[in-house]
Ligand binder design. Structure first.
Ligand code: SAH
Length: 187
């Protein structure tokens, strides 16, 4: 077998978790690769909410979804993902975060410890029992490393009676490949 790298692993988890008609959140739309992937998984009856603070990301993704015919099942929201509960009044089956900054754009527009922790908490509140939150974390840059540490500390202290938490990471690479955290709300 082949060991899956982080992003691939995040997709595997969500492929197992989601189903036709599922509700899912893409908390960091970026170029829309994950949004498109999620839209495909939930089918025509499913719903995807996609958040990004950058107009450019929302517009790029809109174009991509129009081309693939998935736009109808996706609600794109240009807003901080900390506020996700203001836009979603249902429980969701899955939530994906792909942290950091958008490759090829302004590196100053990035997720931060404070905003990410708040968004994770807000996300867990609307996650259905049995649902999963998947977080792809980039530790190759200093801010990302600190963000990962804060997330690990937060998730380590989640009550095991309510959540199961998994940390997926290659530990002997020369570069720092993305890590994945999976938080499952116990049913
Ligand atoms: N999943 C994307 C890559 C995401 S890059 C893909 O498949 O292409 C991270 C994105 O998070 C960036 O586009 C950035 O604008 C966005 N972002 C940063 N802070 C945010 C916040 N507080 N709320 C919502 N989006 C944020």
């Amino acid at each position: 077998m082949r060991l899956q790298q982080g992003v691939e692993y995040s997709h595997s988890i969500l492929t197992e978790q989601l189903f036709e008609g599922a509700n899912v959140v893409d908390a960091t739309v970026g170029n829309g690769n994950d949004t498109e992937f999620l839209a495909k998984l939930v089918g025509a009856e499913g719903q995807v909410w996609g958040f990004d603070i950058q107009k450019q990301a929302i517009e790029r993704t809109k174009g991509k979804l129009m081309k693939s015919g998935f736009l109808e099942r996706v609600t794109l929201i240009q807003a901080d993902h900390q506020k996700l509960a203001q836009y979603i009044s249902e429980e969701v089956d899955g939530i994906l975060f792909n942290l950091g900054y958008l490759p090829g754009t302004d590196k100053d527009i990035t997720t931060t410890i404070k905003t990410t922790l708040r968004a994770v908490k807000a996300g867990l509140d609307i996650l259905v029992k049995g649902g999963v939150m998947v977080i792809v974390i980039y530790t190759g840059h200093q801010a990302g490393k600190e963000e990962a540490e804060a997330l690990l500390q937060y998730a380590t202290n989640l009550n095991y009676k309510e959540y199961n938490v998994l940390h997926y990471q290659f530990i002997n690479q020369a570069s720092k490949p993305p890590e994945v955290m999976v938080i499952k709300k116990r049913g």
